[in-house]
Design a protein around this ligand. Structure first.
Ligand code: FAD
Length: 486
């Protein structure tokens, strides 16, 4: 039987969500088969979904602006609307005579019901409503262990997924798009009116210096990484003072680049980075897949302890120490450098994310959800799956979690991964003159060393807000409490 293609005579809507790109975009390719294309992005107001944090709003502004320029160059403008997509998409279809609506799947459980309901409603009206994959290398509900459950442990998950992922070549962007005939008759909101950029105060200077949001910026970063920086990734990715990781996470979070494109680029490069570097890099992308697998199969991951034993954990409600942690004023240099890198650039090195998360949940006994929330607001790569899964992993409450009793010593972590103190010096300038020996423990430095470095503890830089040994013992006692109660 031949496929009915009569709907291709009519306009199609392509609804951009977390896929702010024109390349490797199956929904856009499907829409491009139609007589004309109406690209739309909807700023959802209300509803169950968690609002974006401030750093991602900043990113969204620039990413939409970049997408708008790309679509203009293909021949049709991006329409911006705000409200409830459940109303706006059918209204737009009705107003334009579009008989098809295409989108790429987003896997956030908060959107799934609404997206399925909208699809069913459109189909009930005899419209074509189709969704596509692309944000991930796999459909998170597909992979199952031998006993039919979802995976809880990363290594077997990746062993099951990796052999599959070479197979999808990324799609080209459409060569051109025909705009809807009465495009000027469609109302669109202005990006500026969404007020996504901070004004009072404008804290975005460091983000502007660090990032180029948008698809072009994503591909520049990918080729810069693969061609010039990937060499040594396996060894150097844990060293926060060197620029050894890709920095692709915010581009992935907004769907400006797909993991399939990254894998394809890794296959095609003639960079002779050691196989170990490529393998490690692919495995890290695999962690992102795993986080989505965990979230989709455990939709409460953002709010609830995966390990329910932690429901009775005696977290402390201490806004003063939480505030010191957020501001990077804990008195532990590597923790403070991380928190200030986050504030300044909207990003933090993975090793340091683990250190600061451990410090919050174990040294300060503050609920991981407070940390997850702060990261959600301040990270340009804030992602519901990776953020929640990683916080739970560090806190000890997650699937495949680090055992609770593994408590990072922030001094030893600093000395091991930031041996010369370069990372601390760049984000904690008041310690810039401290010698290597004391950079991670300024309180242990003799007075004349502090004087020579211009450091006055308690004045230019804080004393540690808690003693490491005391914090460690307190955390272990708290853990013992829930272990005994279980
Ligand atoms: P690279 O080393 O270049 O890795 C390439 C890609 O692999 C990354 O862009 C990312 O997509 C993926 N990746 C790497 N490590 C991880 C990991 N441990 N978990 C999941 N994916 C990974 N990542 C986010 O994208 N969003 C978050 O909100 C987020 N929150 C985190 C919170 C905590 C407490 C911790 C410990 C980690 C968190 N991560 C998060 C994971 C990781 O820190 C970042 O993905 C990584 O630092 C991004 O830098 P990169 O792109 O240079 O990484």
């Amino acid at each position: 039987m031949e496929r009915d293609t009569s709907h291709l005579q009519d306009p199609a809507i392509v609804w951009f969500r977390n896929d702010l790109r024109i390349h490797d975009n199956e929904a856009l390719v499907a829409a491009a088969q139609h007589s004309s294309v109406i690209p739309v992005h909807i700023r959802q107001t209300g509803g169950a979904a968690r609002p974006l944090g401030a750093a991602r709003e900043w990113w969204l502004h620039h990413s939409l602006s970049s997408l708008g320029r790309s679509l203009d160059s293909l021949g049709t403008p991006l329409i911006l609307l705000s409200g409830d997509p459940a109303d706006l998409v059918p209204e737009l279809a009705k107003a334009t005579g579009a008989t098809a609506v295409y989108w790429n799947r987003r896997y956030d459980p908060a959107f799934q019901t609404a997206d399925s309901e909208l699809k069913a409603e459109l189909q009930a009206k005899n419209l074509v409503a189709e969704s596509f994959a692309g944000q991930l290398l796999h459909e998170p509900t597909r992979l199952r262990t031998g006993s039919g459950t979802s995976y809880k442990v990363y290594s077997p998950f990746w062993r099951a997924l990796e052999p599959d992922v070479e197979n999808r070549p990324p799609l080209d962007a459409p060569v051109s798009l025909t705009p809807y005939g009465n495009i000027s008759g469609l109302s669109t909101e202005s990006l500026d009116s969404w007020n996504l950029l901070p004004t009072k105060p404008d804290w975005s200077g460091g983000l502007v210096d660090a990032w180029t949001p948008g698809e072009t910026g994503a591909h520049e970063r990918l080729s810069d990484f693969i061609e010039d920086r990937m060499q040594g990734y396996d060894d150097r990715r844990d060293i926060p003072g060197v620029d050894a990781t890709s920095g692709l996470s915010p581009h992935l979070a907004s769907g400006e680049i797909t993991p399939a494109q990254i894998f394809e680029a890794l296959k095609n490069t003639d960079n002779d980075a050691a196989p170990a570097d490529r393998t490690k890099f692919r495995k890290e992308i695999g962690w992102r897949e795993f986080a989505w697998h965990l979230l989709v199969n455990n939709p409460a991951l953002v709010e609830k302890n995966h390990n329910t034993k932690f429901d009775s954990f005696p977290w402390l409600a201490d806004s003063k120490t939480l505030n010191s942690w957020q501001k990077g004023l804990t008195g532990y240099p590597v923790v403070d450098a991380g928190m200030r890198q986050l504030w300044q650039t909207g990003w933090m090195h993975n090793r340091v994310r683990m250190i600061v998360a451990s410090f919050l949940t174990k040294h300060l006994l503050i609920d991981w959800r407070k940390g997850e929330d702060w990261f959600w607001d301040t990270l340009v790569d804030a992602d519901p799956a990776s953020n929640a899964a990683s916080w739970q992993w560090v806190a000890g409450s997650g699937a495949d979690a680090a055992p609770y009793f593994r408590i990072f010593n922030p001094v030893l972590q600093g000395e091991k991964f930031d041996t010369n103190g370069d990372y601390v010096r760049s984000f904690v300038p008041e310690l810039a003159q401290m010698p290597k020996k004391f950079i991670h423990k300024p309180w242990a430095a003799p007075q004349q060393v502090l004087d020579a470095a211009g450091v006055r503890l308690g004045d230019t830089y804080p004393h540690p807000i808690i003693d490491h040994q005391l914090a460690r013992n307190r955390a272990l006692a708290a853990y013992q409490q829930i272990k005994e109660a279980a």
